[in-house]
Every structure is written in C-alpha cells, then in structure tokens.
Ligand binder design. Structure first.
Ligand code: ADP
Ligand code: MG
Length: 471
C-alpha cells in the first residue's frame, strides 16, 4: 500500500534552495535562519511539495511543523479569501504553537490570515474571524466540528488537510471527530499525517483518509555524546525517594520525570513536595488554564521538576532540559528512546537517569539492544548526599492579570520592569502573554520586590494586579 522510504542515511546538510519554494518563502527562511533542512524536512518536503499524500513519523522537536507549513503555504492563493488549508492538533497549546510557526513562515506575504479554532474559549469571536475570511485554520477536532455543525466554517476551497500529532489525537479519543471533519473536506485534496509514534490506529486513519500515501519514517538517532545515560538499581519501595536523591546529586535546573501511570505521578509529586522540591504535574483532568500555567512555569525555569506520563508530555517543545528521569522504566524501548531524546538538545548536554528494580531488568535489556549500547549501571549509594542546600529554581513566575485582550505585549512588561522599577534585563526571564494574563519570570531574589513595584506602577499606562505563582 505504501512506499517505504529508508531513513536518509546521508547526514549531509540539505539547503532549502533545493526545493521548489517561491522566492518569498526562501527569503523568509533565510531571515528565520533556517539554513538547512532538518532530516524529516529533507525526507518529506520533496514528496509533499510534489502533491503526494504523506505519513511522516519523527520525534518531537524535529521540525515537522515547517514540513507541512511550507507545503500548504506554497499552494496557497492569498487573493482567494477562503479556507484553503486546515491543521488538526490534539490540544490548544499545540494548536497555538503551530499557528505561530505558520504565521512566522507566512511573513513573506502580509495578507495571509491564519486563525486558531480551539475549545476553552467562546465561539463568537472565532465565528467573527471566520466571517472576515481566513486562509488557514488550525484547531482541535472538537471545536472544528462545532464550527462545521453551525455552518460557520466552509471547507469548499480546502486543498490541504494536515493531521498533526495524529498518535496523540488518537490517544485522546479523537478518532470519530477526525473522521467527521475529514469526511466534510473535499475529496480532491492533499492529506498529510504527522506523528511521533506509529500505533495501530494510525494505519486505520491512513487507510480511511489518505490516498496512496508515501511514508517517511526517521528512526531516532540521538547524538550519544550529548545524552549521558545511567541506570540506577533500586528496590521497588525506594523508587520515589530515589528521585529526590538523583535531584540532590545532579542538581539539574529543569527535569522531566516520567511515570508510567497517573497514580505514580500523584505519589511522586507528594514525595517531592514533602522534600521541598518545586515540582508540578500535568494531567488530562486539568483545565486549560492550569495546564498553561504549569507549562509556562516549567519552560521559564521557575519549576524544577515536571512530573508526567508519556501521554501528558507528548508534543511539548521544551528547549532546555538538563535531565530526564525515568521514574518507571517503560516496557516499550521506542518510548524510552523518545523520552530521553528530550534532553541533550541543541548544544547542551543532558542526563538520562532511569530507576530500575529487579523486575525491570528485561526492559532495560530490550532498550540496550535497540540502542546498541551496554547499559551503564550505578548504585544509589554512590550518590552524594551531603549537600543540604535545597534545589531551588532560579526564577519565579509572576502573573499579571491582563493579557492579549488588554493588548499587553512582552515589551510593555519588560519596559515596566527595566524602566521605572529599575531592574536589569538579566533579572527578567521569559515573558508569555495569554488571552487573559501575562506571565513573566524574574530572578528569585527580586521576585518580592518586583511584585511590589509592578503593583505600585503601571503597565501600558494602567495599574495592574500582580502575584507570584508560589508562596
Ligand atoms: P516537531 O513538530 O517535530 O515536534 P517543531 O516543528 O515544533 O517540531 O520544531 C522544533 C523547533 O525547531 C521549532 O522551534 C522550529 O522553529 C525549529 N526549526 C524547524 N525547522 C528548522 C530548520 N530547518 N532550521 C532551524 N530551526 C528549525
Ligand atoms: Mg509538532
């Protein structure tokens, strides 16, 4: 049914110039300093630009968004005010990331309108934006379905359908919603499916909604030198306490701790909190705003440990991660490789630390076989335990009530902190503006003063309410 393209063996850098992209897009790529294609882009773009349906599998952070964004932008006619491309994503935060990336890549033409259609906000403003005409919509299956039912979204002019993070959408039970939406797209279209893993449901989706898809699969190859992997022998009942020992010894600023179950996540969180570690968790029962706050605090370095299951952590693009801890070893070696690939990104080195009881030995053997390397075993007793300084994140997140709706921009907050309040640029970290709130990371030692000064002063000419997201 599908043609298998072997993983690109040549690791030679491929320039975007090799592709039939319009000059405006080429110039934008240069501006963005996208100098060479990532391997998944080099493997999938020639196929997608030639108009074929595609199934592309590659790990998180490999540049899949640009692979489909460049394809749909190349086909887009900006003078036609109709939805020509649609991207389905599992969650609002992923839809937001995708929307931003498409907008960045669409800069060459200043009149391409990209809108996000996700749940968790009211329908009315979305309906108004659709009425004004949009070229590209990005959204979650449920909300897109709502718009189709109400007749506020017209797909007659659609030529490209993208299923992004298809595996995660299936995990979240979106099969029927995806099917509903796909059936309402014109039959004459190109369909692109992106996924980090390849569970059975993907083949079923592909059979039903893709036409003679070509398949590109990039097996993960981490740069071994960047990820230092160690396995620690533990007794089952020591597991949760052992996480604290690893944190004390390695002292990573940001750690992603994987558990196999939600219950284990809850238990670990309790143990870490009792030890005074700043830890947060993500789970499917959280409201969107809570999820946003957790992700923001972790990404801006004001939370030391994010505890999550594989499902909850999938798709997150976190740039700086000093360590991944496998609190539980996963039975699937491919998932293990995916987990540890989160650390050691870019030029940073990272630790991948796994806690293994006797019953996990078989799993470790399978991982070692797949990775083609011998596991490096260590004992907990080797860990240094005399540093009693608590592990504290360098930053604290301040929440300012007021966001995009109030037209607050990052520069307004930076200006307020470095202007009248008198802080330096170095004391201010990441600034994230959401619809209702703005979050700014500040150095821990100025947090209290920053809350006081921001509350007493003004942001964008207005008095604001500010609080620190921890006490
Ligand atoms: P994925 O969807 O595979 O998880 P993303 O599309 O989110 O990955 O890309 C990860 C990061 O890499 C993004 O910050 C993106 O801007 C960046 N990126 C993508 N393609 C390139 C490229 N060719 N050169 C440099 N950076 C890139
Ligand atoms: Mg992605």
């Amino acid at each position: 049914m599908t043609d298998m393209i072997p993983p690109v063996a040549d690791t030679a850098a491929h320039s975007f110039n090799e592709l039939p992209l319009p000059p405006g897009i080429q110039a934008t790529l240069q501006q963005l300093e996208y100098l060479t294609m990532t391997p998944i882009q080099a493997a999938s773009l020639p196929i997608a630009l030639a108009g074929h349906d595609l199934i592309a599998q590659a790990k998180t952070g490999s540049g899949k968004t640009a692979a489909f964004a460049l394809t749909l932008l190349t086909k887009l006619n900006p003078r036609r005010f109709a939805v020509q491309a649609m991207v389905l994503c599992p969650t609002r935060e992923l839809a937001d990331q995708v929307t931003q990336e498409i907008r960045r890549l669409a800069r060459f033409a200043d009149n391409i309108k990209v809108i996000a259609l996700c749940g968790g906000t009211t329908m009315r403003p979305q309906m108004a934006s659709l009425e004004h005409g949009a070229h590209i919509v990005v959204g979650t299956p449920g909300r897109i379905m709502d718009h189709l039912e109400r007749g506020s979204l017209n797909l007659e002019a659609l030529n490209t359908l993208v299923l992004d993070e298809a595996d995660r959408m299936l995990d979240m039970g979106f099969y029927d919603d995806i099917a509903y939406v796909a059936k309402r797209c014109p039959a004459q279209r190109q369909t692109l499916l992106f996924s980090a893993t390849y569970p059975e449901g993907i083949a079923r989706l592909a059979r039903q909604f893709l036409r003679n898809p070509q398949e590109v699969k990039l097996l993960e190859q981490h740069e071994a030198s960047k990820i230092r992997q160690r396995f620690y022998e533990v007794k089952h009942e020591e597991r949760l306490q052992a996480v604290g020992l690893l944190l004390k010894h390695y002292r990573p600023v940001s750690t992603l701790a994987f558990c196999n179950t939600k219950q284990q996540c809850r238990d670990l969180l309790e143990v870490l909190h009792a030890q005074g570690v700043h830890a947060l968790t993500l789970n499917g029962d959280m409201e969107q705003r809570e999820r946003d706050q957790v992700l923001i605090q972790f990404a801006n370095r004001s939370c030391s440990v994010l505890v999550a299951t594989d499902v909850a952590a999938r798709g997150l693009d976190i740039a700086q991660l000093e360590a991944v801890i496998n609190v539980d070893v996963t039975p699937d070696p491919e998932i293990h490789i995916h987990r540890i690939g989160r650390t050691g990104r870019a030029d940073e080195e990272g630790w991948a630390l796994s806690l293994c009881s006797a019953s996990d030995k078989r799993r470790v053997a399978a991982i070692a076989q797949m990775m083609g390397s011998e596991p490096e075993w260590h004992a907990l007793s080797e860990l240094e335990n005399d540093n009693d300084e608590p592990l504290v994140p360098p930053m604290v997140t301040l929440q300012i009530l007021g966001g995009r709706k109030e037209k607050i921009r990052p520069g307004d907050v930076l200006g307020a902190l470095t202007g009248e309040a008198g802080f330096t640029r170095e004391q201010v970290g990441k600034i994230t503006v959401t619809d209702q709130s703005t979050y700014v990371a500040v150095a821990r030692d100025i947090a209290r003063e920053a809350v006081r000064k921001l509350s007493a002063g003004k942001v964008k000419g207005k008095a604001v309410k500010v609080r620190a997201l921890e006490d």
